[in-house]
Each structure stands twice: as structure tokens, then as C-alpha cells.
Design a protein around this ligand. Structure first.
Ligand code: ADP
Length: 162
């Protein structure tokens, strides 16, 4: 059985992330989506909320071979723990590539057998980022073109609390 591991912040989950999850779920027997907790990062949503957002999207899309977990620590360790030999990452622009290039090298230092599979964002999702989504919500702008309706509700609730 081939297992893929798709790690990310998903702060919040966007339609760009969902696209990558759907494609990766069709490639692997099992896909584990890892919602990261990095002690150096400040997240707008707790890990529980971010896991829930991904789980809800997975259920709506009926992706029965996708599991969602929260993880802290290094990517290589999390991938090993779930038995994945392949990491999945999405690419939008060359700046994503630059970042991924060094991340892959870092991972290979610790696990030379761990491969990364890159999936290109389709044209309509090229400019979607969690940062853009959060910025738009704070400014009171609509984000339905970038996130699913459930995530939009999470964003509105969080915005009211701020
Ligand atoms: P990280 O902090 O690990 O970069 P993100 O949640 O920002 O977490 O992104 C997780 C992964 O999803 C990364 O590989 C990123 O390039 C990819 N990604 C983010 N937004 C999109 C998008 N709109 N289309 C395709 N891939 C994306």
C-alpha cells in the first residue's frame, strides 16, 4: 500500500489546498494530511480547528482514503510515523519552488529515501494563499472564491472575536 503525506499549516484550509488533497488522494492508496504545529509560528486557528476544517472538507468530498492528523516536530519524523515514503507539496510560483527546493534538501539529509511529489496549482488557484484569505476577511471582503463555505464560517467567527 502506498501512503502519501501532505503536510501544511492550513491556516486556514483553502480551495488550493483542497485541490492538492483531491489529486493526491487519487494517486495514493492512502493520503495522510498533516496539520503542522510549529512552536515558532503563531496561528490564527488552533490545531484542533485546522484539523476539523480539513476533516470536514474531506467528508464533503467523500475522500474515504484520507486521514487527517495534527503533528509537531519535523516533517521527516511525522512522515516516518505514518509510514509514508512520499511527501506531497503544492507549487504556485517560483518562490514556492525556492522554498521547497531547500526543504527537500533538508529532508533528504535526514531520510535519503523520502521523496517529495510536487503538484502544480491550477490557474484558478494560483494566487490563493491562507495569508491572502486572512487579509481579505480582516478587511471585510468576501472570500467565497478562495475557501469552502464551512471555512468561510470559521473565518467570520474568528473575525468577530478579534
Ligand atoms: P506551509 O506553512 O507548510 O507552507 P501552507 O498551508 O501554506 O503550509 O501550504 C501547504 C502546502 O500547500 C504547500 O506545499 C503549499 O505550497 C501548498 N499550497 C498552498 N496554497 C496552495 C494553492 N493555492 N495551490 C496549490 N498548493 C498550495
Amino acid at each position: 500500500m502506498t501512503t502519501g503525506f501532505y503536510p501544511g499549516s492550513f491556516n486556514p484550509l483553502t480551495l488550493g489546498h483542497e485541490h492538492i488533497i483531491k489529486v493526491a488522494a487519487s494517486v495514493f492508496d492512502k493520503l495522510v494530511v498533516g496539520v503542522g504545529v510549529n512552536a515558532d509560528k503563531v496561528y490564527s486557528f488552533s490545531v484542533e480547528e485546522r484539523v476539523e476544517m480539513v476533516q470536514e472538507a474531506v467528508a464533503i468530498n467523500r475522500l474515504t482514503n484520507v486521514e487527517v492528523i495534527g503533528y509537531d516536530g519535523l516533517l521527516v519524523q511525522a512522515a516516518a510515523k505514518v509510514g509514508a515514503k512520499v511527501i506531497v507539496r503544492g507549487l504556485r510560483t517560483t518562490s514556492d519552488f525556492d522554498y521547497e527546493f531547500t526543504l527537500n534538501d533538508f529532508n533528504k539529509t535526514y531520510d535519503p529515501d523520502l521523496e517529495t511529489m510536487f503538484l502544480m496549482a491550477p490557474k484558478e488557484f494560483l494566487t490563493i494563499s491562507s495569508t491572502n484569505v486572512r487579509t481579505a476577511v480582516k478587511a471585510g471582503l468576501p472570500v467565497h472564491q478562495w475557501v469552502n463555505p464551512t471555512v468561510a464560517q470559521y473565518l467570520l467567527r474568528a473575525n468577530k472575536k478579534d
